[in-house]
Design a protein around this ligand. Structure first.
Ligand SMILES: [Zn+2]
Length: 342
């Protein structure tokens, strides 16, 4: 089977965005703050938003299952305070859960967290627990920069993040390291901030001994690992200068990369540089780059074409990238699949 480990609910019914706009207005003017119960989206609306978009493309492109989380750019943890983020995360996580219930064969939920700048990450634990215990979430998206491009939080190796890691280890769930909208004009959200954050998260792990403290902690770095695979020699050299172990011992038992790289040469490089055991198939379809590549005539985000076209991969390697590694990195997904005979 082909598991896409990186999908967001980018096609949610308009009522969701309308509610969020009212919530943002309500931050300045509490009289306008909507109640959670005022957001009403029917199962039919959810069904249509999925069937005509993600599910249609999954069928056309040949993927079987998508790990499905709230729209990343809409997390916008920098907006409002913890209570604003908390209500918003609860709503978005519930919608992804409902999608997974409507299409249990095709979607498994991954949670966003109610992070907020300068708020203790431990405040996210109750929502994390709810999503795993009640909604069957198999992973989380962790934002290393809730400020939206101003990087006011300490690095991921800081002990303030440890309560989240302890809970991840307890539940055996990985985190995709995923920022949200940039509110810093220097950084375009998907063209700069996302890729910066992927690279930054890797380097924060490299300079630290985080995985000595948490040997079973797993991070999935999306968007092909940002600049990391391209500059692998730099990172190996820096690790050497810093007297760290070889990267395969220091980081690669814990860090994985997805295939959201939108051209063949990028996937060729990824699969040449990064061990196949550390690569998970993903497309982030209907996300940042929605157009057709005039050089190929196919959608940029139809990443299965590039994995199928990667000359260095044999059948066993493709199995690992499409299915085997996802089952290993997301043990709760593997258990769910096995329970349904897959
Ligand atoms: Zn994403």
């Amino acid at each position: 089977m082909i598991i896409d480990c990186h999908g967001h609910y980018t096609t949610a019914p308009d009522a969701l965005e309308a509610w969020r706009k009212r919530q943002i207005l309500g931050i300045a003017d509490p009289a306008q703050m909507p109640r959670v119960s005022e957001l009403r989206i029917s199962d039919d609306e959810l069904r249509e938003s999925i069937e005509t978009n993600q599910l249609r493309l999954m069928r056309e492109r040949g993927s079987d299952l998508t790990l499905f989380s709230p729209r990343a750019s809409f997390m916008a943890h920098h907006i409002g305070d913890f209570n604003v983020s908390s209500r918003w995360a609860a709503i978005c996580n519930e919608l992804c859960f409902r999608v997974s219930r409507l299409f249990p064969e095709y979607f498994v939920p991954v949670a966003m967290l109610p992070q907020s700048p300068r708020v203790d990450p431990a405040s996210c634990i109750p929502e994390l627990e709810r999503c795993v215990n009640e909604y069957g979430n198999v992973g989380i998206n962790l934002n290393p920069d809730p400020s939206g491009g101003h990087w006011t939080s300490p690095p991921l190796s800081d002990r303030s993040w440890y309560p989240i890691y302890e809970k991840m280890v307890e539940y055996d769930i990985p985190a995709m390291i995923h920022v949200s909208t940039s509110c810093n004009a220097c950084f375009h959200t998907t063209g700069a901030h996302y890729l910066n954050a992927d690279t930054t998260a890797f380097m924060q792990c490299l300079t630290s001994d985080l995985f000595t403290d948490f040997p079973t902690l797993k991070f999935l770095i999306p968007h092909g690992g940002g600049a990391v695979p391209y500059h692998w020699g730099r990172f190996r050299g820096l690790a050497q200068e810093l007297k760290k172990p070889l990267l395969q011992d220091h980081l690669l038992k814990n860090i994985f990369f997805d295939t959201c790289v939108y051209h063949q040469p990028g996937i060729d490089l990824l699969t040449k540089v990064i061990p196949v055991d550390n690569i998970l198939f993903a497309s982030e379809m209907i996300g940042a780059v929605r157009g057709v590549d005039p050089e190929t005539g196919y959608y940029f985000d139809d990443t299965k074409r590039y994995v199928d076209g990667a000359a260095l991969l044999d059948t066993e390697a493709r199995f690992k990238i499409y299915e085997g590694n996802a089952r290993r990195v997301f043990p709760r997904l593997d258990a769910t699949l096995k329970a349904s005979g897959k």
